[in-house]
Design a protein around this ligand. Structure first.
Ligand code: NAD
Ligand code: 6OH
Length: 492
């Protein structure tokens, strides 16, 4: 795990066909910790995006698309090994961009990057071929078999909340299936995707298989790739409204999309639950990564007899969180990603009060001293006194906030939890496992957890319903998106 920084990390190029591209305009990446300059980033214009798509196509045609599956699996493992070797550099990159606490970056973000590549190396190795022996009533027999092929050049557009984790969650299966990718990281988190380009080259990934174009959405690299004629599929994680814009952008060319979008996720807490374990779980699901996790709990429904205990216990845990510099081992909670995002979250803190909320804890901007004044800090916040009619309870806020709402029976709990246009994740807390299964199955979501939250098996289907997305990724579900079959039927 030794670091070996080989490049100036304050100047971030695009990466096209195995080479750095620094032509064109640039933008500044600002630290959410203290407002300092993190890096100057090259923004991809039309020329760079064209070059990236062309480089990807060349790599496919040069043999990557038809390379042996075993060879690709071995390459994925080499990438994972190289991620481990450059672990500290990746941790530093992710911390600089996001201000996340060191322990979180080490244990979640960068650890998962290596796991993503190893998991899809396993998945692709286990993938069998679809085949059917056809036996018709008129006596004809035939053999059908489907050959899997890569989709082609895949645009990978990702957000800033788990930058490297979410990027590699898509790049690993795309490469496993023999695609070439043009990656557009968030403008807020350009560092780790750029470092991954070096890692790819070091692991022996052919030039052009992994390309990075930096920039923004509309009128910039994001829009340029989604409207590009050379893109064969788009996989996107981010806001629902952005997913909608991307869908419109690819509609004229009828390209497939995979969307992991926003959420307004419920937790349902029954009175029979193990209170201490549940409070620890709720604190994690509400405040991890400063609440900037698509799966994060923003609505907590609690059976009335234990409502006050849950409210008091969770508020106590929120007050114990330590906001501070990412490298300080005592820090549990970093800033929001940017001052701009904090403006949005603060508008909901004001709205909640206007809607009649009682603020149990938090509710404002903390004073962490002059050197952190320029950062995007916010207090972990809990409300009572709201219900499902309030905008605070209906709209995704994407910060360390949640509303606690009482319920009287199971039917009401299910109705309240499902009363949303989103449908990403839910958590059910109960010692009655029969009820746990029953309620989890009735949740109108892509993923329901019982007595835990964000416990992952990378083979299981990940994604949402309703406004939370289209399609599922994970294990063989990813392979379905990143490959396309040609069926061959031979009369015997
Ligand atoms: P965002 O939608 O603003 O941006 C995501 C990416 O899309 C960025 O790279 C951005 O530059 C790009 N983009 C923006 N507009 C575009 C356009 N018109 N065309 C092409 N690209 C465009 O999201 P964000 O603020 O970076 O991330 C937070 C959001 O992501 C939250 O809504 C959160 O719920 C969601 N999210 C969902 C999941 C999931 O798995 N469901 C995971 C993480 C984050
Ligand atoms: C959203 O912020 C979290 C998404 C997580 C994953 O896609 C994952 O694979 O764990």
């Amino acid at each position: 795990m030794t670091g070996e920084q080989s490049r100036d990390v304050t100047r971030l190029p695009c990466w096209v066909g195995g080479r750095e591209v620094t032509d064109g305009p640039s933008f500044d990446k600002i630290s959410p910790v203290d407002g300092s300059l993190v890096a100057t980033v090259t923004e991809a214009g039309q020329e760079t995006v064209d070059a990236a798509v062309a480089a990807a196509r060349r790599a496919l045609d040069a043999g990557w698309a038809t390379s042996p599956v075993g060879q690709r699996g071995a390459l994925l493992r080499r990438i994972a090994d190289r991620i481990d070797e450059r672990f500290d550099d990746l941790v530093a990159a992710e911390m600089r961009d996001t201000g996340k606490p060191l322990s979180l970056v080490r244990e979640l973000d960068v650890a998962r990057a290596a796991m993503n590549f190893r998991s899809f190396a396993d998945t692709i190795a286990a993938e069998g071929m679809d085949s059917y022996l056809t036996d018709l009533a008129d006596g004809r027999k035939a053999l059908n078999y489907a050959v899997s092929k890569p989709v082609g050049v895949v645009a990978v557009i990702v957000p800033w909340n788990l930058p490297l984790l979410l990027l590699t969650w898509k790049v690993a299966p795309a490469l496993a299936c023999g695609n070439a990718v043009v990656v557009k990281p968030s403008e807020e988190t350009p560092s780790s995707a750029t470092l991954l380009a070096e890692i790819m080259a070091e692991a022996g990934v052919p030039d052009g298989v992994y390309n990075v174009v930096h920039g923004f959405g509309p009128g910039s690299a994001g829009e340029l790739i989604t409207t590009h004629r050379g893109i064969d599929a788009v996989t996107f994680t981010g806001e629902t409204s952005t997913g909608s814009a991307i869908m419109r952008a690819v509609a004229p060319r009828v390209r497939p999309v995979s969307f992991e979008l926003g959420g307004k996720n419920p937790a349902v807490v029954f009175a029979d639950t193990d209170l201490e374990r549940t409070l620890d779980g709720l604190a994690r699901s509400t405040f991890l990564n400063t609440g900037q996790v698509c799966l994060a709990t923003e609505r907590i429904y609690v059976e009335r007899p234990i409502f006050d205990d849950v409210a008091a216990g969770l508020a106590e845990r929120a007050r114990k969180l330590r906001l501070g510099r990412p490298e300080d081992p005592a820090t549990t909670t970093g800033p929001l990603i940017s001052v701009g995002h904090r403006t949005k979250v603060r508008s909901y803190l004001d709205l909640a009060v206007a809607e009649g909320a009682e603020v149990l804890t938090g509710g404002g901007v903390p004073d962490l001293g002059a050197d952190l004044d320029g950062g995007a800090w916010i207090e972990p916040t809990l409300w009572t006194g709201l219900d499902n009619t309030h905008r605070t309870v209906r709209e995704e806020i994407f910060g360390p906030v949640a509303a606690l709402i009482p319920f009287d029976d199971e039917e009401e709990a299910v109705r309240l939890a499902n009363d949303t246009d989103y449908g990403l994740a839910a958590a059910v807390w109960t010692q009655n496992l029969e009820r746990g299964h029953r309620v989890a199955q009735r949740m109108r979501v892509g993923m329901a957890w019982v007595n835990t939250w964000y416990l992952r098996d990378l083979r299981s289907p990940f994604g949402g319903t309703g406004l939370s997305g289209i399609g599922r990724e994970g294990g063989r579900h990813s392979l379905h998106f990143y490959s396309e079959p040609t069926n061959v039927c031979i009369q015997l």
